[in-house]
Design a protein. Structure first.
Length: 98
């Protein structure tokens, strides 16, 4: 065999090895996927300014949820996104309060 044939055989062999390794790596990546319904716990270490922002966001979320719950229970608003947004989130609601 010639030198060119040896080089080509070597390249082909390496390519086949790389392809098989890629397939193995792809299979490993798929197996690392978290099962449905599982949650991952992440611990945050926010600075003071970030902590205040998070507290405001959580307060806003809690207020919005409570307003939606009140609307469904007392005002008998349908439980769909459009109706609840009109009743609890739209800017018209906040213009009356100021």
């Amino acid at each position: 065999t010639t030198l060119g044939q040896k080089v080509m055989a070597n390249i082909q062999q390496r390519t086949e090895t790389n392809v098989s390794e890629l397939k193995k790596n792809k299979q490993k990546m798929v197996s690392k996927k978290e099962p449905a319904g599982k949650a991952k716990r992440i611990k945050l270490f926010p600075i003071q300014e970030q902590r205040q922002t998070l507290v405001k966001w959580f307060g806003t979320t809690r207020w919005t949820y409570n307003q939606a719950l009140l609307a469904v229970e007392k005002d008998r608003i349908p439980r769909n996104k459009k109706s609840l947004r009109v009743k609890c989130v739209n800017s018209e609601l906040f213009q009356n309060e100021n």
